[in-house]
Design a protein around this ligand. Structure first.
Ligand SMILES: [Fe+2]
Ligand SMILES: [Fe+2]
Length: 301
């Protein structure tokens, strides 16, 4: 497949978004699932470090891209990722404001880790990492949407809406890092090395970060919480593993992965009235996203 045809079906919208977090919200924004809350919090804390690293990597690759459509996709990708990490920073500041002292050390480590990758590794390595991360993000996005009711049901709407919006857009730009990697340094073994490195690196960082948050809450040494955490991780990996294994197949291309219908419906809903930014977490079992407070139909007195 040439880069031109490869890039032709990429479609991305850079959305201006905003999420609200009530003052009463706790770090356990899903009151029934403190362990899942902290897994998501740990992932969110990484975003203002990981996503700028992806952006810098793609910017460094841009002069090597000799296809105007792919260049345009790369630019849209950068704008989407910039929106993501800025929104996560807002949420992370909300977490800090709730008194989590562990966050300072977590952020210092993340800055060190991604600064080191950026300054010591080749563009080839960083592009393979970026593609590995994006393929993993596609798999995680599919899993979160499939299991949305179990994971986000009855949780704080602002956080559920932030995370699901982010992953709808990860699905939307699923092809870009793959296309740029293939265009610039495409090679199966490099791709798989980047994937395995990115998965291991991110999972280890995330694990350290949610452990620190659970320790601060006094839950890490609580056996009930530990069993719940292990069962939750088991559930996540049961759903995620087949989606990760398919990335290892030679000839894998993210285009082979169909978009979850819920994600496509979210895009349509947002295009109509932005109400997709406030999801009703009591109705995540519905096939389509349901806004928290649907406006009355036009013409209603
Ligand atoms: Fe992102
Ligand atoms: Fe992404």
């Amino acid at each position: 497949m040439t880069a031109t045809t490869a890039a032709a079906d990429n479609r991305m919208t850079v959305r201006q978004v905003e999420f609200a977090y009530p003052a009463t919200m706790r770090g356990h924004w899903n009151p029934g699932k403190p362990e899942f809350s902290h897994i998501v919090n740990a992932g969110s804390l990484a975003m203002p470090y990981l996503e700028p690293y992806l952006i810098k990597t793609m910017r460094a690759a841009r002069p090597l891209v000799r296809d105007a459509t792919l260049q345009a996709d790369l630019d849209s990708y950068i704008r989407q990722e910039a929106t993501h990490y800025k929104q996560h920073r807002v949420f992370n500041d909300e977490l800090k404001a709730r008194g989590y002292r562990a966050i300072e050390a977590i952020e210092a480590r993340l800055a060190r880790e991604y600064g080191e990758l950026e300054s010591t590794r080749s563009l080839e390595f960083n592009l393979a990492y970026a593609e590995g991360f994006e393929s993993m993000a596609l798999a995680v996005g599919e899993m979160l949407i499939e299991d949305r009711e179990y994971l986000f049901g009855n949780s704080e709407s602002g956080v559920a809406s932030l995370v699901l919006w982010h992953f709808v857009e990860e699905i939307e730009h699923k092809n870009v890092a793959f296309d740029v990697f293939e265009h610039v340094h495409g090679n199966y073994f490099r791709r798989v090395h980047g994937l395995l490195y990115a998965i291991t690196h991110i999972f280890l960082l995330t694990r350290g970060n949610y452990q620190a948050l659970l320790k601060e809450d006094g839950l890490w040494r609580n056996w009930r919480s530990r069993v719940t955490l292990l069962l939750l991780i088991g559930r996540i990996f049961r759903k995620l593993t087949p989606k990760l294994l398919r990335i290892l197949v030679p000839g894998y291309n993210p285009r082979q992965v169909g978009d979850p219908p819920w994600a496509s419906l979210w895009v349509k809903l947002f295009a109509r009235d932005r109400s997709a930014l406030r999801l009703d977490t009591r109705r995540l079992d519905a096939a389509e996203p349901i806004p928290l407070a649907a406006p009355p139909p036009a013409g209603t007195p």
